[in-house]
Design a protein around this ligand. Structure first.
Ligand code: PMP
Length: 362
């Protein structure tokens, strides 16, 4: 059997490591920021009925333009974002998870000879997708407590002149907020594409403004979202983007034809018909997140502020040892490689209780 290094793989992929969050069957999985709540039974029935109808015509290719899905996503954003937006299907793009959306963005706007600026520690796929698309990754630096001020973002953009800027709001793995002023400053300082990854936007406090509200008049601003988190749809793989219609024309140049299967489209459209019900668990998850923010410090673990469905805590003597000790209790958390820190997803009330109890007992 050949080794990977024996193969004539691209030089820039040699020595790289793939995305690798452990996937283990455990009692309490709090490691990849999923929504722990299954989708409501009545929504599941409606989705299955839609899938049953769609399967009867899978001999045909699906709608390559996924028009109905784009209309549903535009309606969802107009309904959920404040102050209200007036997006249409022309503003929306979608793919198999927001990871694929981000990859298509770099295929269209990055690539060999181009660069993307991000601010680690941030979502690990941002640099992996940069590598995969041959885009040079520029690692900017954050301010204290992993925050990112308008001044810092402006300085990095002016100094490095990237073709694309990736901002993560709120940031993964730290959970820390990104202010609307920082996004405005990044856009003003840049002459390239500015992407705001809002995978966790629905978990932010009520009065927080989404970057979607900044789109009007900013044709280089792209806001990516996902149904994986707040919508409890991680297994279905649906991510999307809101931007100027010209951006979707650019993405059409790099997408594979029919990239969203008829089954994916049918499932997502059905789920979006039940948006309020699908999102009913968000408040509950926020409560568990807030509980972690309060309870972890009481156990001696300082936390970073979080607007997401997870919390990063410090004060851990040995991150790997804590990861292993919790795994022994059948609880999976995430060691993201930041020394003395561990990230934990807010689970159901019972899961969060199990995690806090196990931690307290260590
Ligand atoms: N962006 C961020 C910040 C994430 O944390 C994740 C998932 N962990 C994604 C994008 C990708 O999610 P998906 O591909 O499931 O939409």
């Amino acid at each position: 059997m050949a080794q990977l290094s024996d193969l004539p793989i691209r030089d820039d992929l040699r020595g790289q490591t793939p995305y690798g969050a452990p996937q283990k069957a455990v009692r309490v999985a709090l490691n990849v920021n999923e929504n722990s709540h299954p989708i409501p039974a009545d929504v599941a029935v409606d989705i299955v009925e839609s899938l049953a109808a769609a399967i009867l015509s899978v001999n045909r290719y699906p709608d390559r333009e996924f028009t109905e899905l784009r209309e549903s996503l535009a309606a969802y954003l107009n309904f959920s974002v404040e102050p209200a937006t007036r997006l249409t299907a022309d503003n929306i793009w979608a793919a198999n998870g927001s990871n694929e959306v981000l990859q298509q963005i770099l295929q269209a706007f990055g690539g060999p000879g181009r660069s993307v600026l991000g601010f680690p520690p941030t979502y690990s796929m941002h640099s992996i997708i940069a590598n995969g698309t041959g885009t040079r990754w520029i690692a900017g630096e954050r301010d204290a407590d992993y925050e990112l001020s308008p001044e810092t973002v402006t300085r990095w953009i002016e100094e490095t002149q990237p073709d694309v800027v990736f901002l993560c709001s709120p940031n993964n793995p730290t959970g820390t907020p990104l202010s609307i002023e920082t996004i405005e400053a990044a856009y003003a300082a840049s002459s390239g594409i500015v992407v705001v990854d809002e995978a966790y936007a629905e978990f932010a406090p009520e009065d927080v403004r989404s970057a979607v509200t900044l789109l009007d008049g900013r044709d280089r601003l792209l806001v990516s979202r996902t149904m994986s988190k707040a919508f409890a749809f991680a297994g279905a793989r649906v991510g999307y983007l809101a931007a100027d219609p010209a951006v979707t024309d650019a993405l059409r140049l790099v997408r594979l034809p029919y990239h969203l299967s008829a089954l994916t489209q049918a499932a997502a459209i059905a789920a979006l018909r039940h948006a309020p019900e699908m999102l009913a668990m968000v408040d509950n998850i926020r409560d568990q997140r807030d509980r972690l923010l309060v309870e972890l410090p009481k156990l001696g673990y300082p936390v970073l502020n979080s607007w997401a469905n997870f919390v990063m805590f410090g004060g851990v003597a040995d991150s790997h040892a804590l990861f292993e000790a919790l795994l022994e209790q059948d609880i999976l958390v995430r060691d993201v490689g930041i020394p003395n820190h561990i990230r934990v997803t807010a689970g159901t009330e019972a899961e969060t209780t199990a995690f806090l109890a196990a931690l307290a007992a260590l």
